[in-house]
Design a protein. Structure first.
Length: 419
């Protein structure tokens, strides 16, 4: 690894920690991102990272020889290793949006040279590595496992969780040939707790889709069972904790307002999109994804129900959301259920606001809504607890007249409803 030049294409929540992991392992890193704004934020250190990665970034900033940022994708041609970490979102119809990934892979292929290792980490459909890298390289005359090495090694990033950093997490590697697997495994070994090689890229691609589809289905199940508990007059959390004492065959999932972030709301749709093309039915997965997608609307309906019970009309109501990020401890609002809950309440005339020190402002219905730093509980007819950040003091909720706890985390309140 020392002396190896690694170009990381895409410096988002996956690419930047990946680049820093290679830097910490002694590689010369070229960080590539087409967004000048993102490059400036990284240069200034104003990015959402764990403390350990902020420390690495500070060291990298002082070592221009070993860690360099650029917006010029053609610079990947001079690297020994190219790692592609661009986002793979879905569009408004929940269809895969491969624009960024296709463009990044095409740029890498154009600049590729003999002797390079190219590793794709972006989650996508089964066969992406061959479609976007192996075949285009062959068309350029570069034969995989002879002239260049190509592998798929899916990202495993748990933002905001210091216990699950990339360096502490096993990594899958599926090469487009045995030599590609061997070379990629050796290169990635210093950046992971261990390497698990598989026979081909397709196995690794499907494993990543399986991981996130598994989570999506179990989140939907947790929400449904929590609703069942409420219908039976039982608090869901003690039930989950009791079930979790079983040392085998059970993994706890917790109810909440929906699913957010880049992975769970998006990745399973890449699998469904591909399976529709081969006429493979997936009723369980489709039902789970629909249930997850409907969850924020149900939270908004529950909020309106509580307001009605309190004899407060929507037009006269003031509702505060606590936390708008999709998970605790991160500043990421992508696909956050809070945004839909805010928008739905706003659409029926509710005066909405939020408090979240990690997010200065959000856009709702075309206007900017800003963070309320020190909310007075007396100002709000209803407080909706969406995300509680580590160390956040929520004792002020004791004085709120009505609290809707979407995650059922036992928030203390004189009158409180669990979603």
């Amino acid at each position: 690894m020392p002396g190896t030049t690694v170009a990381v294409v895409g410096l988002g929540y996956v690419g930047l920690p990946t680049a820093l992991a290679f830097f910490a392992a002694g590689a010369h890193v070229v960080g590539v991102d087409t967004s000048p704004r993102r490059l400036e934020a990284i240069s200034r250190g104003v990015v959402d990272l764990l403390p350990v990665h902020h420390a690495q970034l500070a060291c990298a900033a002082e070592s221009e020889e070993q860690f360099r940022l650029t917006g010029d994708v053609t610079e990947v041609g001079g690297a020994d290793v190219v790692v592609i970490c661009v986002p793979t979102p879905v569009d408004g119809a929940r269809e895969p949006d491969l624009g960024a990934l296709s463009a990044a892979c095409a740029s890498v292929v154009r600049s590729a040279r003999a002797g390079q290792l190219i590793v794709l980490t972006s989650t996508s459909y089964v066969g992406t590595t061959r479609d976007l890298l192996v075949r285009p390289l062959a068309e350029r005359g570069l034969v995989v496992d002879r002239d260049v090495w190509v592998a798929f090694s899916p990202k495993r990033i748990d933002p905001g969780n210091e216990h699950n950093t990339p360096e502490r997490t096993p990594r899958l590697v599926g090469g487009a040939g045995p030599d590609s697997t061997r070379v990629a495994a050796a290169l990635l070994a210093p950046t992971a707790s261990r390497i698990h090689p598989v026979d081909n890229p397709e196995t690794a691609e499907m494993a990543k889709l399986w991981e996130n589809t598994y989570r999506a289905v179990n989140i939907a199940l947790a929400n449904e069972l929590s609703d069942a508990c409420r219908a039976l007059g039982i608090a869901p959390l003690p039930v989950i904790e009791a079930a979790a004492t079983k040392p085998y065959g059970f993994m706890p999932f917790y109810p909440g307002p929906g699913v957010g972030g880049h992975c769970i709301p998006c990745d399973p749709h890449y699998l469904l999109w591909q399976l529709r093309g081969v006429r493979q039915d997936t009723p369980l997965i489709e039902t789970a994804l629909t249930a997850n997608g409907d969850r924020p609307a149900r939270m908004a309906e529950e909020a309106l129900r509580l307001l009605a019970e309190a004899a407060v009309s929507a037009e006269d109501a003031r509702v505060l959301i606590v936390g708008v990020t999709y998970k605790p401890g991160v500043a990421d609002i992508r696909e956050s259920p809070a945004l839909e809950i805010l928008a739905r309440l706003d659409a029926v005339g509710v005066a909405v606001a939020y408090t979240d020190h990690l997010v200065p402002s959000v856009e709702i219905a075309g206007r900017l809504v800003c963070h309320v730093p020190h909310p007075d509980p007396a100002d709000w007819d209803l407080v909706v607890v969406h995300t509680s950040h580590p160390g956040q003091d929520l004792t002020w909720l004791d004085d709120a007249p009505h609290v809707l706890d979407t995650g059922q985390r036992r928030v203390a309140s004189r009158t409180r409803a669990d979603a």
